[in-house]
Design a protein around this ligand. Sequence first.
Ligand code: DHB
Ligand code: FE
Length: 279
Amino acid sequence: MAKILGMVSTSHVPSIGNAIAKNAQESDYWKPFFSGFKPIHEWLAKNKPDVVIVFYNDHGLNFFLDAMPTFSVGAADQYMNDDEGWGIPTLPPFRGDANISWEIINGLIEREFDVTTCQKMKVDHAFTLPLKLLWPESDTCPVITVPICINTVQFPLPSARRCYNLGKAVGEIIANLDSDLNFLILGTGGLSHQLDGERAGFINKKFDLEFLESLAQNPTWATQFSIEDLVEKVGTQGVELIMWLAARAALPGEVRQIHSTYHVPISNTAGGIVLMENK
Ligand code: DHB
Ligand code: FE
């Protein structure tokens, strides 16, 4: 039986890529964010996941407005990164495992999540940078990856409850896999931010902290909110925090929170990081 070790959730912003390229992790601006990964590096060194399931949103690299799947899953042995327009350095290809992906896809479709299957899939900063933050010392990402992409770019978006249930289904499927591999779940996006319009620069610390507080012991708390409520509370891009709900829901049983940080801002975003493990 496959084992789910735990989950990490983190904000993603393109400028993390520039900070890494310029070796600016220890600068006054970036240190509070990058230092939040130290306890995670220690935990990863001890727990050694083989496979990482990444819940993230594409920002116009693999999907554009003309054809936008609500949920899509990568089913390839390799995923290429490309520059979707931020000018950040491109990272080397990420290893996939089409067999593991198809097990997850089959399980999701059996459970009535009719996902788009992608045998070719480019991955953007929301996928690549969080993995780089987890394994900064490796030139190439040392684990097998499965991209699960949730649309937060073009309305209508899936509800928080639907994303939670998607994550729960993924957790059940992994727990039933006939495999001795160890899995980590990664959610990327949020916390509050809005990049455009009259509220550009909007941050809601009070809501972010309530959300962080709920995640370990009351993870369905945020599913009470509609997508429109969430946009109002955390901003048009802050709604990416539904990835954290999907990732959290994939953990079966009791969880223990090992680490959490909250720092405002990284770029235009309230930066959050969480690590939880299965008890
Ligand atoms: C920023 C945040 C994002 O989530 C993103 O995808 C792009 C930019 C930012 O804060 O600059
Ligand atoms: Fe984003």
